[in-house]
Design a protein around this ligand. Structure first.
Ligand code: COA
Length: 259
């Protein structure tokens, strides 16, 4: 299968579409072109009867370091028709199982997209983080809706307000991942599970996924939209400018002047 973007690789094997995020020099940070490519691949796979499952992973020891901060500073995430939003909706509404293999950093949307995958396998090198507040931003991709429901309010607050990093074992205990594995085994395990899913009755699989998600679907969607409205405004805030500039200048952010 041809990917529309060089930094997103796509291949089909055993009725599984493997999408690999491949921009190692930026720890697989996602640009608008990469979001568009992933949305296009998912939307194509949704209606392709040859594909029964999708595997998501990142190349070269990183899942993804999240949104490309330069892209954000440049103001390219504009509105609900933006590639970010298109990708979010394509994954959120994807009717077939999605299995993730996570190695290295899974930052921002690198963690929140796992809430919308069906199974995830984390390597013992995986580091999860949702540093939205650290960046002067706010939660996205319905993380403020799903995280308290998965792990309770106290833990969700800790992860979202403090932007705390956590590892594979904690991700399993919190209910975000299925298993913590040696780093070299994540993709193999994801492929095994995908192959198993691909042998199951496809309509029964799709129906089960739909039933598992049905009751939270409308509320999650409402939350995605509400968060996106705030998030887009935060991108032009001075707090975000300070945080992103500090990251680029490799210094801690200083929010002391803000009220
Ligand atoms: N956007 C743009 N560039 C990024 C990036 C991002 N999200 N994440 C990493 N990079 C760049 C770094 O600036 C660095 O560039 P340089 O080589 O020109 O200095 C390069 O990718 C390698 O990253 P580095 O920080 O040296 O790797 P690391 O292994 O020490 O740390 C991370 C990896 C992911 C933990 C760290 O880069 C990070 O925290 N990135 C920011 C994550 C983030 O805030 N994402 C947005 C969430 S909304």
């Amino acid at each position: 299968m041809q990917s529309p973007c060089a930094e997103i690789q796509a291949q089909v094997a055993d009725r599984a579409l493997e999408i690999t995020i491949n921009r190692p020099e930026r720890k697989n940070a996602l640009t608008m072109a990469m979001y568009s490519a992933m949305a296009e691949l998912l939307n194509g796979a949704a209606g392709d009867s040859q594909i029964r499952v999708v595997i998501l992973s990142g190349a070269d020891g990183a899942f993804t370091s999240g949104n490309d901060l330069m892209d954000f500073l440049g103001g390219s995430a504009t509105g609900e028709d933006s590639p970010v939003f298109q990708f979010m909706l394509a994954l959120y509404n994807f009717p077939k199982p999605v299995v993730a293999a996570v190695n290295g950093p899974a930052v921002g949307i690198g963690t929140t997209m796992l809430l919308h995958c069906d199974m995830a396998f984390a390597g013992d090198d995986a580091v999860f983080q949702m540093p939205f507040v650290n960046l002067g931003l706010c939660p996205e991709y319905a993380s403020s809706y799903f995280l308290p429901r998965i792990m309770g309010h106290a833990k969700a607050s800790e992860l979202l307000l403090l932007g705390k990093k956590f590892g594979a074992q904690e991700a399993v205990e919190l209910g975000i991942c299925n298993a913590a594995l040696p780093a070299a085994d994540t993709l193999t395990r994801a492929r095994e599970v995908a192959a198993e899913l691909a042998t199951r009755a496809p309509e029964a699989v799709r129906l089960t996924k739909q039933l598992l998600r049905k009751r939270s679907h409308a509320s999650g969607l409402e939350c995605i939209e509400e968060e996106a409205g705030h998030f887009l405004k935060r991108l032009s805030s001075e707090e975000f400018r300070e945080a992103a500039t500090a990251f680029m200048e490799k210094r801690p952010a200083d929010f002391s002047r803000f009220e």
